[in-house]
Design a protein around this ligand. Structure first.
Ligand code: MN
Length: 253
């Protein structure tokens, strides 16, 4: 009797299970489409470091020139080389990097770690600027911040908390989700919100590197000081541009 009852329950539930699986599939397909609309889709598994828009000492005193030099010319250079090696050996070097992110679990850990390492730093360099060139948040972006977080200060607290509390190496992010809403998150290692393996997916518009290599020479163990100082060197024009770019990618869905 018990077995019979279980069988009936299973038969009744089957269509719902199938439907849930279908929905999951549809959602995944949607992200594939969204990322294909992003200009960063141009990066492939054979990528090059872009030149910095400023000199190593330009972000002083928030980030010292030695940290910038080592971070760009050693750490980022290594991620870039290792990404190219990893995609060559997996025979996926011509695939768009964002597409690899979107089907991340299919590829070796070296593609995930170095793909994130390459791409996250490309964003990071672009989203910082010397104090005199930081611009200001655009009106539409500012309104979205107010709507989501209450105010710019509340957003800053939320983002800073995510950066300070990320355990070990990683990043904190402000991203746009599939519905066009802003949200704050953090990721371990070199993961990012575009990757299919992250808890909540989104298009990044701002990020901060909280690996020790990003601040240790200057701040040692005082990560919170580095995070609080970071607000002085954010390229708000670029944040705003990326926010609008994200909305445009979603609009064409
Ligand atoms: Mn880094």
């Amino acid at each position: 009797m018990k077995q019979q009852r279980l069988l009936i329950i299973a038969i009744v539930l089957l269509p719902f299970i199938a439907l849930a699986a279908d929905n999951k599939q549809a959602k995944k397909a949607n992200w594939n489409k969204i990322i294909s609309k992003l200009p960063d889709y141009q990066f492939t598994g054979q990528s090059k470091q872009l030149p910095l828009d400023y000199s190593y000492d330009a972000l002083n005193p928030v980030i010292d020139s030695k940290t910038m030099e080592i971070h760009y010319s050693k750490h980022h250079a290594a991620y870039t080389k290792n990404l190219n090696d990893a995609t060559a050996s997996a025979d996926i070097k011509s695939k768009p990097l964002l597409q690899l992110f979107s089907e991340m679990s299919k590829y070796p850990a070296a593609v995930r770690n170095n793909g994130g390492g390459f791409y996250n730093h490309v964003l990071f360099w672009k989203l910082m600027a010397p104090k005199s060139k930081t611009g200001k948040p655009g009106e539409k972006f500012q309104n979205a911040i107010n709507q989501t977080f209450g105010s710019m200060d509340q957003f800053k607290t939320s983002f800073s908390d995510a950066a300070k509390k990320q355990f070990g190496s990683g990043w904190a992010w402000l991203s746009v989700d599939g519905d066009g809403k802003l949200f704050v998150s953090s990721t371990p290692n070199q993961d990012n919100p575009l990757m299919s393996i992250t808890e909540k997916r989104g298009i990044p518009v701002l990020l901060i590197d909280v690996w020790e290599h990003a601040y240790y020479l200057q701040y040692q163990n005082r990560r919170p000081e580095y995070v609080d100082a970071f607000w002085d060197i954010i390229n708000w024009d670029e944040v705003t541009r990326r926010y609008e770019e994200a909305l445009n990618a979603l609009k064409t869905m």
